[in-house]
Design a protein around this ligand. Structure first.
Ligand SMILES: Nc1ncnc2c1ncn2[C@@H]1O[C@H](COP(=O)(O)OP(=O)(O)O)[C@@H](O)[C@H]1O
Ligand SMILES: Cc1ncsc1CCOP(=O)(O)O
Length: 263
């Protein structure tokens, strides 16, 4: 049985999160509920100071302006210097020239430990043609595993592709987490919540398997919430957050459906 939740709750790591302007409260709550200590930051003037007290850094690129892009680079490089894990979420990276350029800049200037996005986002970052005619795309796991592996090798990162199943790979070791809930897909910010939870886990637990367990924490919490509220999105959200707080290692081990991919 895993002891990851017990360990992170003992460690209570400080997660510095540079959020988007849409979901900071949700992300801070999620970090706190799974056992971390969140601090959100919005000014490049305090990036270095806050990295100095953090155990991991999350850069969410969901909304951007000149100062938070500057902050992303300052904090990312300071975190690299301290050997802290850096998690990057390239939200809607293909949607505007600015998003595409900012991600390129960050990936050139900051070492990314965990790159987390949906398959379209990750494929785009890696220059992979994803879509009806992209790499045999049928949205099957085989293709998503290939996208994760290619992106992982390109960025020297652990890549998490979230979706109906979650694919977690560093290019050679790969897992698929089969848990989840379609309610998570319509809950705005569930991906950002996943980034924050990965920040908590990665603070002290490096490696692909630990990241896969971190991914499963969110997917299992969502799956259990859907059992109770299959058709009430607002009630689902409350139950999902309750589950992030209540989930323990016994329940995680009982509920997780994780597969190691062998090629
Ligand atoms: N169709 C789905 N069925 C089950 N779980 C899903 C589905 N889509 C997303 N999830 C879950 O929702 C969480 C957030 O992923 P996702 O919605 O892909 O992020 P984003 O909000 O960045 O697009 C993950 O835990 C993922 O497993
Ligand atoms: C709606 C929206 N617009 C810019 S960032 C954001 C939130 C994205 O959250 P998630 O990708 O986790 O659903």
């Amino acid at each position: 049985m895993t002891s990851i939740l017990e360990e992170i709750r003992k460690e209570n790591p400080v997660v510095l999160d540079i959020p988007n302007m849409v979901t900071p409260q949700k992300v801070a709550d999620a970090i706190s509920y799974v056992g971390g200590s969140p601090i959100m930051c919005d000014s490049s003037n305090e990036g270095r100071d806050l990295v100095a007290i953090a155990n991991s850094l999350v850069l969410n690129l969901g909304t951007m302006n000149d100062d938070n892009v500057k902050l992303d680079i300052i904090a990312g490089q300071a975190a690299n210097n301290r050997n802290l894990p850096v998690i990057v979420d390239p939200v809607a990276v293909s949607a505007s020239e600015l998003r595409t350029e900012v991600f390129k800049k960050i990936s050139n200037e900051v070492n990314i430990d965990i790159l987390r996005g949906n398959v379209g986002e990750i494929a785009f970052t890696a220059g992979i043609d994803w879509g009806p005619r992209g790499i045999d795309a049928d949205d099957g796991n085989g293709d998503r595993v290939q996208v994760a592996k290619i992106a992982a090798k390109q960025f020297h990162s652990i890549v998490v592709i979230s979706g109906i199943d979650d694919v977690i790979s560093d290019g050679s070791e790969t897992y698929v987490v089969h848990n989840g809930s379609k309610e998570l897909a319509i809950n705005v910010g569930s991906g950002d919540v996943l980034d924050g939870v990965l920040g908590v886990v990665a603070a002290h637990h490096r490696g692909v398997h630990a990241v896969a367990l971190g991914t499963a924490i969110v997917s299992v919490a969502g799956e259990l919430a859907e059992e109770k509220y299959p058709a009430d999105p607002a009630s689902f959200e409350m139950e999902f957050f309750n589950n992030l707080y209540k989930l323990d290692d016994h329940q995680l081990s009982d509920e997780i459906r994780i597969e190691k991919i062998n090629n």
